[in-house]
Design a protein around this ligand. Structure first.
Ligand SMILES: [Zn+2]
Length: 324
């Protein structure tokens, strides 16, 4: 059985492309409310979790690779990884262009670009962007001009009293998805890709399968010797957002909060059962710039919502209002 399935994409649903509302606006072009502020989020590891440090190469087969740390020696999940994960979810759940997928698996050896309907391919015009590109920005490689996005995501830093180390393990060899197994990647018509791939969530008491050594395939290591962080390790990060239109704000909130039975996955070894995390928003600060410039006094135009002051009802209301 494959450890993943596809979230199907409805190719008939047109992407909602438009020019992004950008800096120095107090309200949108049509006078609608814009959302600016910060969302604080706790991260709970629900399975062992491993995020590699890309600077540590090559790996030493005798010593387990350690989880990535910042310059202060704190374990972190890099903001760039969190951004990639949230962007993928916005693309899938909110009908964005397929920027991360792009039809190019296995280091461009097989090109599936033609199997993505034209409308769903990368946005290239910064005045006409899908919801994912308006939120997270466009990719540099494809367009002559770029839009940097309206969301900035910091590194998730571990809580010092919530660090749990998992024993070092030799992972099972990690098989890369094989695009030539067309049935997994193309829909029944064999015309278009089936959708975006997501890994099944393993239950928290699932034992990660291991090997006893590094396995060589074609003379190259096919698995890794790593020391993951264990379940119950906790991190915290902050998302800064500026001038989000309502649909963008709701899409961002849904990508963070997800539905109850869904989980985020991040880091190395997702098919092996590593990397399930639970994101829990703890605080939302909204800054209303229109009010800020017309009122006086401390805290003008600023709203802070926390768990005991209506955070969850507020998040749910925005998400349901948009997705109903
Ligand atoms: Zn786009």
């Amino acid at each position: 059985m494959n450890p993943y399935d596809f979230v199907r994409i409805d190719w008939n649903k047109k992407l909602d492309r438009r020019a992004p509302v950008w800096h120095h606006r107090l309200v949108g072009q049509k006078g609608q409310e814009l959302f600016s502020g910060q969302l604080e989020v706790d991260v709970y590891a629900e399975t062992p979790l491993f995020v590699a440090d890309p600077r540590v190469i090559p790996q030493d087969p005798k010593r387990p690779a350690r989880f990535i740390q910042n310059s202060e020696g704190e374990y972190i999940i890099p903001g760039s990884s969190l951004k990639g994960m949230l962007r993928g979810l916005v693309e899938t759940l909110s009908n964005g262009c397929l920027t991360l997928f792009d039809g190019r698996y296995e280091r461009s050896r097989i090109d599936y670009t033609r199997e993505i309907p034209r409308d769903f391919q990368h946005c290239t015009d910064t005045k006409n962007l899908c919801i994912a590109c308006r939120l997270f920005g466009t990719l540099k490689e494809r367009s002559s001009s770029i839009f940097l996005g309206k969301v900035n995501i910091g590194d998730a830093r571990v809580y010092k009293d919530k660090i749990y180390l998992y024993d070092p393990i030799y992972t099972k060899p990690l098989m890369e998805p094989k695009p030539h197994h067309a049935s997994f990647y193309l829909d029944e018509s064999k015309k278009y890709i089936a959708g975006r791939k997501y890994y099944f969530h393993h239950s928290p008491d699932y034992d990660i399968p291991t090997e006893t050594r590094i396995i060589l395939m074609g003379g190259r290591p096919a698995n890794r010797y790593i020391q993951p962080l264990d379940r119950d390790t906790q991190f915290h990060f902050r998302i800064d957002f500026t001038n989000l239109e309502f649909d963008e704000f709701a899409a961002l909130l849904l990508a963070v909060a997800l539905e109850k039975e869904m989980r985020h996955k991040i880091g190395y070894g997702k098919p092996l059962g590593l990397g399930s995390i639970y994101l829990y928003p703890t605080r939302l600060k909204l800054v209303d710039y229109a009010k800020r410039y017309t009122q006086s006094g401390a805290g003008r135009g600023t709203t802070v919502l926390e768990e005991d002051s209506g955070l969850w009802p507020f998040l749910n209301e925005k998400i349901y209002k948009f997705y109903d």
